[in-house]
Design a protein around this ligand. Structure first.
Ligand code: FMN
Length: 144
């Protein structure tokens, strides 16, 4: 059984809704999901997980500060310990979605391995977005 860290941030609830879909999809396969905001998650969560799902709203074409906080705190202490950790990202946005670029750049700084293409969702996830998220989780888990 793999342990998946779902680290996200959400002020308005859209990204939290998406994170909950990811959590359910992970658990439906029998794997363990740990869902935390970027302010709650810590180095131990990052080191102990087998894969990481990163969720953020697009705020000013960048990831949410509450998610970035997690990466700011964990970059140096995780050096040499998280290379090639599989990840995928999901972003909710109001029509832009450029925040994905900031997530992908940070993932490269950690040398995480991109296990599935990112999912971009306009505002709250509709049934199409839900399906895409669920399919992406399956691809991500298959790459562990
Ligand atoms: C402070 C702020 C800045 C935003 N900037 C952008 C933006 O640059 N591009 C965009 O597409 N949406 C932008 N939005 C819209 C949000 O990305 C979108 O509503 C998102 O789903 C909110 O997620 P949340 O409900 O998890 O907070 C912004 C929203 C807020 C509150």
């Amino acid at each position: 059984m793999a342990k998946i860290l779902i680290v996200y941030y959400s002020l308005g609830g859209n990204t939290k809704e998406a994170a909950e879909i990811v959590k359910k999809a992970v658990e439906s396969t029998g794997h363990k999901a740990v869902m935390k905001t970027g302010l709650e998650a810590d180095l131990k969560d990052l080191l102990e997980c087998d894969g990481i799902a990163i969720g953020t709203p697009d705020y000013f074409s960048y990831m949410a500060g509450g998610l970035k906080d997690f990466f700011d705190r964990t970059l140096y202490p995780s050096r040499g310990k998280v290379e090639d950790k599989p990840y995928f990202a999901f972003v909710t946005h109001g029509g832009g979605g450029k925040a994905i670029d900031s997530v992908e750049r940070i993932a490269q700084s950690f040398n995480f391995k991109k296990a599935a293409e990112p999912v971009l969702i306009k505002n709250s996830p509709d049934s199409k977005a839900r399906k895409l998220l669920e399919e992406t989780v399956m691809k991500f888990l298959a790459a562990l």
